[in-house]
Design a binder for this molecule. Structure first.
Ligand code: TRP
Length: 454
């Protein structure tokens, strides 16, 4: 495709909201609370924040650099930057990663969408811990309805993508992200008046390091990658749509901080309910679905707030999926000569087929729950492989490619917008971390997680 005719975002603000839309997702609303809950709260949180600062953020900046420098999809971009075959393989590895995430993400997205309708139908009126647990099982076991909802989600995202980068991705994220932020604040105001708030805050902010192992660090790192949407080229692809005036380091930092704030706000709401209603913080993937309905039960307008919360979660899921799905769409339309529409449809079909495998194997009682690969069902396998293997490995390759195979001058030129931005010190710091800290942490965590190193 002719690069001059290539679509892009229209402003720095649009780029910020699109990237924030990619970052804020089910990761904050569904994953973050239960992963923090299962791994001991504040101690985990601290490790997570370190992973964001020393690994996630430098990789995000590097992805933006690759994208905007080349203005290409992830495979085309790495091919152009460095002619070695091995780097092209990494582009293809990224495509695989985006599909793996989409397979299980679309399933959870379907649950979230379906909750909006269930709430509207009044199924959560007067919810108790027992009825919400029943509703969650009912929602996820199906087997027909979760699959239908999953297909609905994939179709919605496909429509946004077919509309294009400006009319689809940019318009949707710019309109919906501010709405989402307002809704979260409203939900927190309610949650902060629950009796369990104090315990919730203690759980999130008082560290107990006795539970931390090398596995914990691997999980924190996986979550950091997943949260910032890095490690598989989504940020290369979005970076390729940035304007030439955009301050990429600034955008990346603002997104990382906003995303962390959203996670914490959701965490406070979820754990306030957990401690108010005597539930366990380590409730697993169902945690969100069984706590939030209780936060709003038995208060005036509770049902409206509840619907608002799940609409918010649906928005987050949709804009995040859009960013993953754009990766193969950009690749097929730019490198394989497909029309954008055809690229969307072909990939949507693949996502639906494998996504159904995930949906039907959420737990042991699911229809395909008995099928185990490496001891995991499809749902857990897609989740584990993407967060704990594909994203960190992708991140390592990106750090090495940018840190060691590209002249520093070229990086500086791009990140300062040809010398416009006076941020040389910041770039030196980023470059140092990217070369000597990020890859070292990644390698140590990998080796220790497979038991080679303690
Ligand atoms: N960050 C999103 C979330 O927290 C998930 C996500 C969107 C993602 N795009 C991605 C994860 C690309 C990895 C790669 O829900």
């Amino acid at each position: 495709m002719d690069n001059k005719r290539r679509e892009g975002f229209s402003s720095g603000l649009a780029a910020f909201f699109a990237t924030l839309g990619a970052a804020v997702g089910l990761g904050n609303i569904w994953k973050f609370p239960y992963v923090v809950g299962e791994n001991g709260g504040a101690a985990f949180l601290l490790i997570y924040i370190i992973c964001i600062a020393l690994v996630g953020l430098p990789v995000m900046i590097s992805e933006f650099f690759i994208g905007r420098r080349t203005r290409k999809n992830v495979v085309g971009a790495v091919k152009q930057l460095n002619n070695g075959k091995i780097w092209t393989g990494i582009g293809i590895f990224s495509l695989l990663g985006s599909h793996f995430i989409l397979f299980f993400y679309s399933c959870v997205g379907g649950w979230v969408y379906s909750y909006v309708f269930k709430i509207l139908k009044g199924e959560f009126a007067g919810a108790t811990s027992r009825t919400v647990a029943y509703q969650f099982t009912n929602t996820t076991m199906g087997p027909i309805s979760p699959v239908i909802w999953q297909i609905v989600v994939v179709v919605v995202v496909s429509i946004i993508l077919i509309l294009g980068v400006k009319n689809g991705i940019e318009k949707i994220t710019k309109t919906l992200m501010p709405v989402l932020l307002v809704l979260i604040v409203i939900c927190d105001i309610r949650a902060l008046t629950l009796p369990g708030t104090k315990e919730s805050l203690a759980f999130l902010f008082k560290a107990d390091f006795s539970k931390v192992t090398s596995q914990t660090i691997l999980i924190a790192m996986g979550l950091a990658f997943f949260k910032l949407s890095v490690g598989m080229g989504a940020m290369v692809t979005y970076g390729s749509y940035f304007t030439k005036e955009d301050n990429m380091i600034g955008t990346a930092s603002k997104v990382a901080i906003s995303d962390l704030i959203v996670s914490l706000l959701v965490g406070i709401a979820v754990f306030s309910a957990v401690f108010t209603f005597g539930m366990k913080p380590s409730g697993g993937p169902g945690l969100l679905f069984m706590t939030i309905p209780l936060v709003f039960s038995k208060i005036p307008f509770g049902n409206i707030l509840l619907v608002a919360f799940f609409i918010l979660a649906s928005i987050a899921a949709t804009t995040a999926m859009t960013s993953m799905f754009e990766v193969p769409v950009a690749y097929y339309s730019e490198e394989r000569g497909m029309s954008r529409k055809k690229a969307v449809i072909v990939n949507a079909i693949i996502i639906i087929i494998f996504g159904i495998l995930a949906t039907l194997s959420v737990n042991n009682d699911s229809l395909l729950g008995g099928i185990k690969i490496f001891g995991k069902g499809f749902f857990d396998l897609f989740d584990y492989l993407s967060s704990n293997v594909i994203l960190p490995l992708g991140g390592l390759f990106i750090a090495i490619l940018v840190g060691y195979f590209i002249p520093k001058e070229e990086i500086k030129k791009e990140l300062t917008n040809n010398g416009e931005l006076k941020i040389d010190k910041v770039i030196d710091f980023y470059y140092f971390i990217l070369r000597y800290v990020t890859p070292v942490i990644l390698i140590i965590v990998f080796l220790s997680s497979i038991g080679i190193f303690r």
